[in-house]
Design a protein around this ligand. Structure first.
Ligand code: BYC
Length: 353
């Protein structure tokens, strides 16, 4: 482990807690304890941990796991909606949907870049996704059967994502928190487009209303599963909350989402498919029915309706994109920046100038 040096005081989490770490002794154990104390004090003080700050390996590994899963979800999440781009019912709807799917590719890029600051490359993360060694959100293993599914994804899936992600803007790891600020702004637009699309269908013909209701019936429960297993079965929550990576538990955020959706469903003129859903005066929150956690576990094991299709398509897209990566690398090698050039041997600088 690198020693805590004066250099660390120049990092952006340079609160008093961090500065105290400079006093670390020379004995390895004492130095380790001092570094950990600095890290823990920074987290307790709501300072941001930045890439060059010392951090426990388990904190780094947890961030890589969550951020990689998040990035993978963004790019796999392009598939169900892209399925409808060519069949959007108007030019306006097509343009909106294309922009949304493109935004999701962008979110994936912000997140892979943020994960790279932890010392892991995008190639490595993609290899793990393609080999089935890292996860992506369960929600994207469900099919988009009708045009109304595009609306239900926007309203419910992006709505659930915002509920989960707004607290991540205050995540203790700086690059992840900053990426989330921009992502949440765009997700908010995505959620509104889905809501507006469903509203148009709900107020349309009887068949359109039925199509909207059917989409909500199919997406409601999987959207609740997006928040992860119940708190008593969540293996990572306690530690992630202690590190302020997560600010709320899975169940807290799920409850918040249900409470937000109930009045929105009423305004849409649609019904949430849960006979047990009702306001609980005492709790000041809605009670809702039992989630089918067996279905969730099956989807996580790869047995959801579209797991196979999604990962096959992802691997194919990666292989077909090889020429783009090669071209980008060749272009970058040709157009090195001035700072890169000074690092090259003189002969090379002359050749590329
Ligand atoms: N799906 O201990 P837990 C989007 C796994 S994309 C699959 O509670 P944690 C969008 C979990 O990984 C937005 N796996 O975990 C894009 C763990 O497995 P391992 C996606 C899940 O991390 C395109 C195990 O279950 N959002 O918005 O503390 C179009 C135990 O769980 C899921 C994010 O990724 C799941 N739903 O909490 C439209 C948000 N849930 O690793 C929209 C960032 C749990 O032990 N991520 N697992 O094998 C998080 O906030 C957290 O990682 C979670 C889970 C709340 C999801």
């Amino acid at each position: 482990m690198a020693a805590v040096t004066a250099d660390q005081t120049t990092q952006s989490t340079s609160g008093t807690a961090k500065a105290a770490g400079r006093a670390a002794g020379t004995a390895p154990d004492a130095a380790d304890a001092a570094r950990l104390a600095v890290f823990e004090a920074a987290v307790a003080a709501d300072d941001r941990i930045e890439p060059r700050d010392w951090m426990p390996e388990a904190y780094r590994a947890t961030l890589v796991r969550q951020m990689a899963q998040h990035a993978h979800s963004e790019i796999i999440g392009m598939q169900p909606e892209a399925n409808w781009i060519t069949r959007a019912p108007s030019l306006r709807r097509k343009a909106i949907l294309m922009a949304k799917v493109q935004d999701e590719a962008g979110h994936g890029l912000y997140l892979y870049s943020a994960a790279e600051t932890l010392g892991t490359s995008r190639e490595e993360l993609l290899d793990k996704l393609h080999a089935g060694r890292q996860r992506y959100s369960s929600i994207f293993n469900y099919p988009t059967l009708t045009w109304a599914d595009v609306g239900a994804i926007g309203w419910l899936v992006d709505g659930a994502a915002i509920t989960n992600q707004v607290p991540l803007c205050r995540c203790s790891y700086g690059p992840y928190a900053r990426a989330m600020v921009r992502i949440c702004k765009e997700e908010s637009f995505h959620q509104r487009q889905g809501y507006e699309l469903l509203l148009a269908l709900s107020r349309g013909t009887e068949a359109q209303h039925a199509m909207a209701q059917d989409a909500v019936d199919r997406w409601w429960w999987p959207s609740l599963m997006m928040f992860g297993p119940p708190d008593d079965a969540s293996s990572h929550s306690e530690q992630s909350m202690a590190w302020k990576i997560k600010r709320h538990s899975n169940d807290e955020l799920r409850q918040r989402f249900v409470d937000i959706c109930v009045p929105q469903a009423e305004a849409l003129g649609l019904t949430l498919p849960d006979p047990d859903l009702r306001w609980n005066e005492e709790r000041g929150q809605h009670d809702f029915g039992a989630i089918d956690w067996t279905e969730f576990q099956e989807v996580l094991k790869g047995n959801g309706p579209c797991n196979e299709q999604r990962i096959t398509q992802r691997r194919r897209a990666h292989e077909e994109g090889a020429w783009v990566r090669d071209a980008a690398a060749a272009y970058a090698a040709k157009h090195t920046t001035p700072s890169t050039r000074t690092a090259q041997p003189a002969q090379h600088v002359e050749e590329t100038a």
